[in-house]
Design a protein around this ligand. Structure first.
Ligand code: ATP
Ligand code: MG
Length: 357
């Protein structure tokens, strides 16, 4: 029997609550399937680890997870530690060296969930946002000078490489091709950012020639936010830079009903390194320890992990189980206006897995 080795990194806040739930659901799914099992290694990296060791993960941390089949991640963020330290010390410290350059974020309105866009019916919002995940605005290039003087200045350089843009464009066109509508919107800001964003547009047009069956268009990121709200039906696959897609995907998550539902996959498409799956939301210290975190974003991320591992039947079974649970308002957590808790939702998904054919 095939065993998948998964590195579980719960991180901070509700991260451990939702990752525990995700591990439980994946184990139930493997048991139901009977053709594969999971072995989980747990790593206690994050804010508490930082307080003890002065770093978010051990120096050899990446070596400890390099050979796993996948990584299930919770969240990095701690009220006593600046956000840029937790982000760069853990999440980006894994994503960037493992070349997880394609960040894939599906957005759909699941059964039983109400979008704040009241005019939109569930089938009319079905997007995948592809976020460039290795460079651009988060390249880490820049500096700060003359601190404490009136001359103080700081820069963050958005650095785009031709190779980096080409590979994400190719990935996005390929993903658009695999979806029924074969539709791609390339997000840009090439009116104001006249170097890198112009190159981004040029490369989009070049790669488009390799995908003549994909219909594509370009949108400025500001106009894009309006289109997502006013004409959500007109969009399908979306590709954007690291920063632009970060912003757009929070908007997308909110339009689909709650941040607590939204999943994400940080993919290394070449499979040289493990890929990482995580809910979009952060550590949410306002609800930590209350047992009410919505685990659906983690469960949906687990679906993406199963797809990546090639376990498509199990992925479909888990997605159906999730949808059966969201369809029942009694199983909604408070972020969805309900009064269920993490335990109740997890138990319901496990039962639905056992009930699915
Ligand atoms: P971080 O600093 O790690 O990004 P944050 O608290 O700034 O964390 P989020 O964790 O993304 O940001 O939370 C934003 C809001 O959404 C919070 O009010 C939080 O309680 C709520 N929220 C986020 N995730 C969930 C979830 N899974 N279930 C319920 N509510 C959630
Ligand atoms: Mg946050």
């Amino acid at each position: 029997m095939k065993t998948y080795n998964v590195a579980a990194i719960p991180g901070d806040g509700i991260g451990s609550e939702v990752v525990d739930a995700g591990v439980e659901v994946l184990k139930a799914l493997a048991k139901r399937d009977g053709a594969f099992t999971f072995h989980f290694d747990h790593f206690d990296w994050g804010g508490e680890y930082y307080k003890r060791h002065g770093r978010m993960m051990p120096e050899n941390g990446r070596d400890l997870i390099r050979n796993h089949d996948a990584i299930l991640f919770g969240s990095a963020g701690h009220p006593e530690i600046p956000d840029h330290i937790t982000l760069w010390g853990l999440r980006l410290a894994i994503c960037q060296p493992f070349d997880q350059y394609a960040n894939v974020r599906p957005t759909r309105i699941l059964p039983g969930i109400t979008s704040p866009l009241r005019a939109v019916k569930d089938k009319e919002l079905d997007w995948v946002i592809v976020r460039e995940n290795s460079e651009g605005e988060y390249a880490g290039v820049g500096g700060r000078v003359h601190q404490g003087s009136p001359l103080e200045a700081a820069t963050d350089v958005a650095m785009f490489t031709r190779a980096g843009v080409e590979r994400i464009m190719r990935f996005a066109f390929g993903l658009a091709r695999s979806r029924p509508r074969k539709l791609l919107t390339v997000v840009t800001k090439s009116n104001a950012q006249r170097h890198a964003m112009v190159m981004w547009d040029e490369i989009a047009a070049e790669v488009a020639r390799e995908f003549s069956d994909v219909t594509w268009d370009k949108m400025l990121v500001d106009a894009m936010t309006m289109r997502m709200v006013m004409r959500p039906q007109s969009l399908d696959t979306i590709v954007a830079t690291n920063l632009h897609a970060d912003v757009l995907s929070d908007l997308a998550a909110a339009l689909a009903g709650s941040l607590g539902i939204a999943p994400t996959a940080n993919l290394n498409p070449e499979r040289k390194f493990p890929s990482m799956f995580e809910p979009i939301h952060g550590s949410a210290f306002d609800i930590t320890g209350k047992g009410i975190a919505n685990p659906v974003g983690t469960f949906w991320s687990a679906v993406m992990m199963l797809e990546h591992l090639g376990e498509n039947a199990a992925a479909q079974r888990l997605m159906k189980a999730i949808e059966r649970v969201t369809a029942n308002p009694e199983l909604h957590t408070p972020d969805l206006g309900g009064s269920a808790n993490t335990r109740k939702v997890t138990d319901a998904v496990v039962s639905a897995i056992q009930a699915e054919n």
